[in-house]
Design a protein around this ligand. Structure first.
Ligand code: C2E
Ligand code: MG
Ligand code: MG
Ligand code: MG
Length: 278
């Protein structure tokens, strides 16, 4: 009887695994098609200077509508990375976002662009040249581009990754550590990379004013960043209380739903003509 049950379980397991593999293959094929059929779009989330409330930058965030269903980046970036599709996709995002931000700057709006990178993108051949070309084509000055990386990227090919990022920095591009404080080696990471900015993870910001430990940790990260001469950005600001505390701590910049949600380029267009009130 036990054997029978066990066998049944194996069957169910095998069927599930099969379904999983099929789903993954379908996703990979759909991603490939999505790139050809221009199903990807970019949204921009404003980042404000906390002292002046001025929008200083926008972060480009990729969007995918699979048919009429919105698929969150967390669900397709992994498969895009595994299949290598992240390389052409990332290149499209880079060129498109540089072009759009350069157009806003051409209307006398002094904003920067923040762009998320994945590990596979950085180690791909010609990555540095691709960035150079995107800057040249769009006319975006290198100093207006910030590349966001996370420490997990230094797990494989760490030497190559650090080398490429250092080359980019030598061009005048800025580097940011995203999701700062969540990895195992956030502090060690700071020593390996010549960075300009840290972005405090929302898991700290969420507890501001409600959790003493998280509040203290946030304050400590802000101070650490400033002592190192870095720009400190707080991510995931949702409540006014968080914004007040971050201002009081002297955090440089802020980003989050309370400030502004990610929006299509057209939304940024109208933002340029008004201003944010936070
Ligand atoms: P991230 O770079 O840390 O981006 C911030 C994420 O937090 C975005 O999610 C944004 O929509 C969300 N967010 C912003 N403010 C708030 C808030 O106040 N509350 C909450 N709950 N969430 C907020 P999104 O767009 O789903 O992106 C998730 C992650 O996917 C990003 O995290 C980034 O690691 C990655 N990603 C997004 N776009 C790209 C891209 O173009 N290339 C690469 N390589 N990765 C990307
Ligand atoms: Mg980011
Ligand atoms: Mg983040
Ligand atoms: Mg993240």
């Amino acid at each position: 009887r036990a054997k029978e049950l066990g066998g049944r379980r194996v069957e169910v397991f095998a069927a599930q695994m099969h379904a999983d593999v099929v789903r993954r293959l379908e996703l990979a094929a759909d991603l490939q098609r999505a790139l050809i059929e221009h199903q990807f779009a970019i949204e921009y989330q404003p980042v404000v200077d906390l002292a002046t409330s001025r929008v200083t930058a926008v972060e480009a965030l990729v969007r995918w509508c699979r048919g009429s269903v919105f698929v969150p980046p967390d669900q397709f970036l992994g498969p895009a990375e595994d299949t290598g599709l992240i390389v052409p996709l990332g290149e499209w995002i880079l060129r498109e976002a540089c072009r759009e931000v350069a157009a806003w700057r051409a209307e006398s709006w002094d904003i920067g662009l923040s762009l998320n990178l994945s590990a596979r993108q950085i180690t791909a051949p010609r990555f540095v040249q691709t960035v150079e070309e995107a800057l040249e084509e769009s006319g975006l000055p290198a100093c207006a581009l910030t590349l966001e990386v996370i420490e997990e990227m230094l797990v494989d090919d760490a030497d190559e990754t650090v080398k490429r990022l250092s080359e980019l920095r030598a061009l005048g591009v800025r580097l940011a550590i995203d999701d700062f404080g969540t990895g195992y080696a956030s502090l060690a990471f700071l020593r390996q990379l010549p960075v300009d900015m840290i972005k405090i993870d929302p898991s700290f910001v969420s507890g501001l004013g409600q959790d003493d430990t998280l509040t203290l940790l946030t304050r400590t990260i802000v101070r650490l960043g400033h002592d190192l001469g870095l720009i400190v950005v707080a991510e995931g600001i949702e409540r006014p209380e968080q914004l007040d505390l971050l201002r009081e701590m002297g955090c440089t910049r802020g980003q989050g739903f309370l400030v502004a949600r990610p929006m299509a380029a057209r939304g940024v267009d109208s933002l340029m003509r008004t201003s944010l009130t936070v």
